[in-house]
Design a protein around this ligand. Structure first.
Ligand code: BES
Ligand code: MN
Ligand code: ZN
Length: 516
């Protein structure tokens, strides 16, 4: 769906269906007076009696079909006092879905309606428009790559072609243009990540993931290097290699870089994403129930690659810092070549790890990536995202992301960013009292600790590979990376693209305020 801009100075507004958002006890006139000017029939529309502004309420108001604005979809936001940006996003996504169902091809939102919602939320019209655009695009997501033909029972479900933002000649839409393009870019990144998580492991191997990263880099002018299993071994990435060796599909290590001109010598922000294309558990085999969901064990990789896709589509800006994305990717399989419980490997850091459980593979591929980041650069911040532990899902539920970091400023920036994006992120501790639980009898470190506090033990394992002075944060997205429950913003069960918007938001604030 294209996003366009219309201005009354260029003629009358034109759209098959105009969306208007209103809270309880409000009127269309209050929410969007110019719309009533452009579509005077609205004032006497019989369906107005149904417009109450209740949450989830959608009322279609019909004018004559030959009019420039023949239909309005009035969308309720519920009580004004309780309104949140997330509730607004959900209302927009649901409205976009309704329009698709009805076959409306051109949609519109009056900018003044966005301004009205902005006053309710205590934010700006620009911010609301950006969220509206993003939400509409996320709500229209579907996964079609693996269907042989469009659904025969819903031929009328054509995607809307355009969403227009409607301005009057009194409004100057310059900053809005930029915000809307940002919204489009971020949505594209999220959808990119969703597609990766939803792709089955036979269609998205570690080599395929590397190929996707290479194409992405070509598309947007980033640099991308891919290390294969031989280079990994030569460098000494023994942990990543040990996870990959059980599979017939060899592991890869992806290095993506965005470096704005003149920032070649800047310390980069490094983002690391877990890219297990399928997690059987290896020799420590998982139970078979719902094992297919482990095709989504590359949600961290999706967050990083989706972030770069968004970055590539973002309108030009000098504010963006140098960013590097690292994706260690492998398939965790049992086989005659697979790593056995009890095997000891030497990691890139030189530390040895006793692999007591081959299902704790995420931390193994991540530790080599974290070491690589610190050996190659002196990162301004080193942040990883990973579908790392079932224990995190037990702790925070299926929508909660745990953030582990000792850096107060970085934690603050991450929590602020999450507040902006509507993601549910909460800190968990890195208590050093638990750290000895990871000591191994015969190697430097064991790859598992006790089951209790599993998410913390995984984080403490990663921390063992963080050098003094590195600003590091770990995001456990085991729950929200892949969600079976649908919502208007997440209409296809499976990959969510969690992390993409968070990284986009975080990169802006980190470079501006935190480490400036
Ligand atoms: N990929 C899983 C974690 C996971 C579980 C992600 C559920 C999404 C949903 C990870 O590799 C894993 O298997 N972790 C083990 C660690 C344990 C063996 C210490 C776990 O959480 O059970
Ligand atoms: Mn596992
Ligand atoms: Zn895993």
């Amino acid at each position: 769906m294209d996003i366009r801009f219309q201005n009354t100075s260029g003629g009358e507004w034109r759209a098959a269906c105009t969306l208007v958002f209103l809270p309880e006890n409000s009127t269309l006139e209050a929410c969007s007076p110019a719309l009533l000017n452009q579509a005077p029939w609205l004032g006497i529309s019989p369906a107005l009696q149904d417009v109450k502004g209740k949450k989830n309420e959608q009322t279609t108001l019909y004018g004559h079909p030959d009019l420039a604005l023949p239909k309005v979809l009035a969308c309720g936001l519920g009580p004004e006092k309780k309104l949140t940006m997330q509730a607004f996003r959900l209302a927009v996504a649901a409205a976009a879905q309704t329009c698709r169902k009805k076959g409306y091809e051109t949609l519109a939102i009056p900018a003044e309606n966005a301004a009205f919602v902005a006053t309710l939320l205590g934010t700006t019209r620009i911010a609301v428009l950006k969220e509206a655009v993003t939400a509409a695009l996320l709500g229209l997501y579907r996964s079609t790559a693996f269907k042989s033909a469009p659904k025969a029972d819903a031929p009328e479900e054509k995607d809307p072609r355009t969403l227009s933002i409607l301005f009057t000649e009194k409004e100057t839409p310059d900053a809005d243009h930029r915000a809307v393009r940002e919204g489009e870019a971020e949505a594209a990144g999220v959808l990119f990540a969703r597609d990766l998580s939803n792709a089955p492991a036979n269609a998205l191997t570690p080599a395929d993931l590397a190929e996707k990263a290479t194409c992405l880099a070509k598309r947007h002018g980033f640099t991308c290097t891919v290390l294969d299993e031989e280079e990994m071994q030569r460098l000494g990435m023994g942990a990543l290699w040990a996870v990959g060796r059980g599979s017939a599909l060899p592991p890869r290590f992806i290095v993506l870089e965005h470096c704005p001109k003149g920032k070649e010598n800047d310390a980069p922000i490094v983002l690391v994403g877990k890219g297990i294309t399928f997690d059987t558990g290896g020799i420590s085999l998982k139970p078979s129930a719902n094992m297919h969901e482990m095709k989504g064990d590359m949600g961290g990789a999706g967050a990083v690659l989706g972030f770069f896709e968004a970055l590539g589509q973002m309108p030009a800006s000098e504010e963006l810092p140098r960013v590097i994305g690292l994706v260690p990717t492998a398939e965790n399989m049992p086989s005659g070549h697979a790593t056995r419980p009890g095997d000891i490997v030497t990691t890139l850091s030189g530390k040895t790890v006793e692999i007591l459980n081959t299902d704790a593979e995420g931390r193994l591929i991540l530790c080599d990536a974290l070491t690589y980041a610190q050996q190659q650069w002196k990162p301004k911040a080193l942040i990883n995202a990973a579908t790392l532990t079932g224990a995190c899902v037990i702790a925070l539920g299926d929508l909660g992301t745990a953030v582990f970091t000792k850096e107060g400023k970085l934690r603050g920036a991450i929590l602020d960013a999450a507040e902006q994006t509507g993601d549910l992120v909460w800190p968990l501790p890195l208590w050093e009292e638990y750290d000895p639980n990871l000591d191994s009898d015969i190697a430097d470190i064991a790859n598992i600790g006790p089951r209790e506090g599993g998410a913390l033990h995984a984080a403490l394992f990663l921390q063992r590979f963080i050098e003094e002075g590195t600003r590091w944060a770990h995001l456990d997205i085991a729950g929200p990376g892949y969600v079976v429950k649908k919502t208007a913003l997440h209409p296809v069960p499976g990959g969510t693209g969690m992390g993409v918007r968070l990284f986009c938001q975080l990169i802006r604030t980190l470079s501006k305020a935190v480490f400036a």
